[in-house]
Design a protein around this ligand. Sequence first.
Ligand SMILES: O=C(O)C(=O)Cc1ccc(O)cc1
Ligand SMILES: [Fe+2]
Length: 438
Amino acid sequence: MAAYIQRLHHISLHVSSADKISRELVSKFKFNLFAARLQDKSRQFAFKKGRAVFVVNERPNLGKTRLNERHEPNLEDFQAGKLNRESLSACLYDVTPHYSVDTVANVCFEVENVQRSFHTLRQLGCTFLVPPTTVRDDGGAVTYSVVKSIVGNVCHTLIDKSEYEGGFLPGFKLVGDARKDEEDATCPVTHFDHVTYACPRRFTHSVMDWYEKLFGFKRFFIGSGEDPDEGFVLDQEGIGLRLTAMEYWKCSEKGLTLPSAHQREPDCKFVIAESLPEQGRNQVDQFLQQHRGAGIQHIGLYTDDILSTAQSMSRAGVSFFCPPPAYYTEVGKQQEIVEAGHSPELLSQHGILLDTDLQDTEGTRDKTQGHERRYLLQVFTRPLFSEDTFFLELIERRGASGFGEGNIRALWKSVQTYMEKEEKNNNKNNQTLQSAKG
Ligand SMILES: O=C(O)C(=O)Cc1ccc(O)cc1
Ligand SMILES: [Fe+2]
């Protein structure tokens, strides 16, 4: 029996300095800082846009602790009393990973009963980094526990907020104006649509099995003709990518059973990306190298109006990946965009990609039959941290629930071009440095 999830609560970033990313989340991505927890040695900030919540954890300043003296806290340490309260509380509702680069490392889920989930998952072999722990303030009590996932440095905090009436979580102080979120109509981001992992080769099956067995996730097919074992494979024209997707449903029923089909409401999807060796170095390998291991490569933010959101973010300084200009003038694509009621010129200004969901539209292409055309629009930002690792995506779905093959190809090519340019620049800078030294 799995430990079913009620809903995604927030996603945590772990960074060496919170200032830059916090400023950018607010000024560029239009998130609102709404809660904070400030300690002597650590700072945590919570940002909200619709139901999407990011918590930025600043790595605590461990003073003179030498690197080789630090290690990940674990349950045995905790039970043996070796973990001091400070190292636990430095980063409330999370662990304090001593990760060498900035990273997005925790997807926090609400569950009905943390103690029960803890026992279920422990029996299934899970490693817990924080055992069920209760935190209180004037708003009530919250119980949480942190489980290590099978993917790189990713952890999941499981949290029960049913006895809590405060604005966020005990220990956090509310800041700013909570109503501001509703005023910003130009950026209608509503929730996290999906989280994409970058994983080493041949690791996808283990990841799928883990999430299925422990949390009741179910596979769904990204494209027609997807092989159940191989996943959705793009393996030509320089693209070497294996994608597999899974989802879970918001589970609000009492008890442990999965909601019946008609009660199922999907929450955030999870995508696993693996690179294929035949097509040369690529963005997944680049992530694994720069991030120093598997992890969260990007997060899709759902918006009701991608054009307005991209315009507004772009004006505020967000850089998006743009496909080659030919993408928007190619006859087939131009027609597809126009038929979907969009303007190729406007989409091209921000690099917005459009893809028709072929799987869903079989037999429903003709609008005169009364069927709506199903498509999705996506645009991808440049990496957020100083390493080329994590980025954000905006996604607007018009009936399409999967991912578009054409969009994935276009994204792949634009990232590839960017990587090659960066590499050239780095080489040039190195040469300049060398000749200056010489
Ligand atoms: O299309 C999407 O939004 C995906 O999430 C699929 C994907 C995953 C990894 C890549 O490097 C490129 C595309
Ligand atoms: Fe994505």
